[in-house]
Design a protein around this ligand. Structure first.
Ligand code: SF4
Length: 301
């Protein structure tokens, strides 16, 4: 099944803009996270594990990481440099300027995606991203929100509230920088209705992109300990697919889905087992969308 038929995917968006396949190259710029180093908190978000980030990469210059990733991804000739690991704006802006310049030195890099926390986006960073946008690059600020419910954010030790997210989005938009918001479906204590409320609040504020993730239990996270003590149940594929498909139907057609599910590699993933690859979730979401309506269809009723 082809997700592009039902969803405005990032791949579809990039192909429409650049006329060819464009792939994201994940980078680790050696940043850490203020929710781990004690600046905002310690221990990090309860679902997060540093093992998910390839620490070996952090020792390599960005241009070498890009070269290695290019070799892995054969079927593309244009790329987006994706600063993904940890909090990718957690540095002085001059350091970010140097890294972005290094990442875009080759002509085949046509864009920048920068993943970060909502409370780590000073105006100086937005001005820098806006400069790249004005120069014609595809630019996205990826904000981890996960839930719009402050009680859930406290429970998972995010160290920020919805108000921080709203402030970051409004300032990003003031600078003309598109935002892709990350949401986790199935957080502890959250119902499908709470996921719908989060999604509605994000859309109400305005967003250009979304990433949907199932809750994954990964080794080294605080949730892994809770799971070992049977305090957490793994997400069920059918529940995840039904909620994700419903949110997609409630999303305007011009919002870009950068992802509708997520995976974790062996040996990091503990549960659910269907997150070893993206195909079970994509297949189930496509089947639901085919039967019940495509992206945006619920808004037309
Ligand atoms: S999920 Fe992001 S903000 Fe939370 S601890 Fe991990 S790197 Fe830090």
């Amino acid at each position: 099944m082809h997700l592009d038929r039902y969803v405005n995917t990032f791949g579809r968006h990039l192909k429409a803009r650049f006329g060819q396949r464009v792939r994201k190259l994940s980078l680790h710029a050696g940043f850490t996270c203020p929710n781990r180093d004690g600046t905002l908190g310690r221990g990090g978000c309860t679902f997060c594990s540093v093992r998910s980030f390839n620490a070996g990469d952090a020792r390599l210059p960005v241009r070498e990481q890009l070269a290695a990733r290019r070799k892995e991804l054969k079927r593309a000739s244009r790329y987006i440099a994706y600063f993904q690991a940890y909090t990718s704006t957690y540095a002085e802006v001059e350091e970010l300027r140097r890294l972005y310049a290094e990442a875009t030195r080759e002509d085949d890099v046509v864009g920048l995606c920068v993943g970060t926390r909502p409370d780590c986006v000073p105006d100086a960073v937005l001005e820098l991203l806006a400069e790249y946008r004005q120069r014609g690059y595809e630019v996205w600020l990826e904000l981890g929100l996960q839930s719009a419910h402050d009680e859930t954010l406290r429970l998972i030790n995010r160290g920020h509230g919805f108000a921080d997210y709203a402030d970051a989005v409004m300032r990003a938009h003031d600078h003309g920088v598109p935002v892709c918001t990350h949401l986790i479906l199935g957080l502890p204590g959250e119902s499908a209705e709470m996921c719908r409320e989060t999604h509605a609040r994000v859309l109400e504020l305005g967003v250009e992109g979304l990433k949907l993730h199932p809750l994954m239990i990964v080794k080294g996270s605080r949730m892994a300990a809770a799971y070992a003590h049977s305090e957490l149940l793994p997400a069920l594929l059918d529940d995840y697919a039904a909620t994700a498909a419903e949110l997609i139907r409630r999303t305007p057609a011009d919002v870009v889905f950068h992802r509708v599910t997520a995976t974790a590699r062996e040996p990091t993933l503990i549960a659910p087992q269907w997150c070893h690859t993206s195909w079970p979730a994509i297949h189930a979401i496509c089947a639901d969308l085919m039967q019940n309506g495509i992206q945006g269809s619920s808004l037309r009723q």
